[in-house]
Design a protein around this ligand. Structure first.
Ligand code: SF4
Length: 300
């Protein structure tokens, strides 16, 4: 939870495992790293036991590169495929009981603020659609209503992949799954709308096949959650096993789904826009300069 925890104690460097030395010497701690530099530094998440081609792992990997201060970040998760990878990363991970991740994150985030004052210690929840929209729904929604200052990321694979293919609230109507052979009878939950209604300061939907966009979304969400209020990101992270997507077609599927029903969307409250502009120099939210009179059709 700080750069200090990755430093070597004097004289111990040569006795540490190579993986550890690589992380200290070539990892992202204390540096400004971008997804465009992937392959040139040691990532906090490299190995994981998830299925080959799982889109969720790519998304988690990109998200962790995008954390503004990985050395000052704690992730919180729950049961599901995602935690198999998240728990392998070289940053602290808290594994809650099923569905209580936003309750755990609320306490953690408040405790860190009390303990460290103004020093940013980011809390990021990463949980699947079952943990976020079904079993953890109550705690998720209440954390948003309370405007808890941490980021919630839903890894939306639209199924309970980890337990063999039951439908979740985020499964699309009509979808037939191994453990939902008659097809889902209800619509996919509109968690994006609920996040807005509950007062989140930042809400975005994204797919993993545009790394720069994932990076931009994660950075904004974490920075906004530091001081302004709750942030919610809903990421389409397909389950190639339960939806029978060939491994080499996973990114193609993500592109198709993005064009069809998972278009990129971003909502930022006015307060959050002002904060990003003034504190972090985001120019995109500055008022556009008025066009010269001659450039306006019909004006002299
Ligand atoms: S079951 Fe699905 S979501 Fe889980 S690791 Fe495998 S492909 Fe990914």
């Amino acid at each position: 939870m700080s750069l200090d925890y990755v430093k070597f104690s004097n004289g111990f460097e040569k006795f540490m495992p190579k993986e550890y030395r690589d992380m200290v010497e070539h990892g992202p701690f204390g540096k400004k790293i971008s997804v465009s530099q992937m392959g040139s530094f040691k990532e906090v998440l490299e190995e994981h036991p998830m299925c080959a081609g799982c889109a969720m792992t790519l998304f988690i990997r990109l998200a962790m590169i995008a954390f503004p201060n990985p050395e000052d970040t704690i992730t919180v998760g729950t049961a599901g495929c995602g935690r198999l990878a998240i728990s392998q990363a070289a940053i602290p991970f808290v594994y809650g009981n099923y569905g209580d991740q936003n309750g755990v994150a609320s306490g953690l985030s408040r405790g860190l603020r009390l303990r460290f004052g103004d020093k940013p210690k980011d809390v990021v929840v990463m949980a699947g659609d079952g943990g976020t929209a079904d079993i953890g729904f109550q705690q998720v929604l209440h954390s948003w209503f309370r405007k808890e200052r941490f980021t919630t990321i839903m890894l939306d694979n639209e199924v309970y992949g980890n337990t063999g293919g039951q439908e979740s609230g985020m499964t699309n109507r009509g979808a037939v799954l191994k453990m939902a052979p008659l097809g889902k009878k209800f619509e996919k939950m509109d968690m994006v709308q609920m996040a807005k209604v509950a007062g989140c300061a930042y809400v975005a939907t994204v797919v993993p096949n545009n790394p720069r966009r994932v990076e931009s979304v994660i950075k904004k969400a974490v920075l906004i959650a530091r001081e302004v209020g709750s942030a919610y990101i809903q990421a389409y992270t397909s389950c190639n096993i339960e939806y029978a997507i060939p491994t080499d077609k996973v990114m193609e599927d993500a592109k198709t789904v993005e064009n069809d029903r998972y278009a990129f969307s971003e909502y930022i409250s006015d307060e959050a826009k002002q904060y990003l502009t003034e504190r972090y120099g985001y120019k995109e939210f500055l008022p556009k300069p008025a066009a010269p009179a001659g450039a306006i059709p019909g004006k002299a």
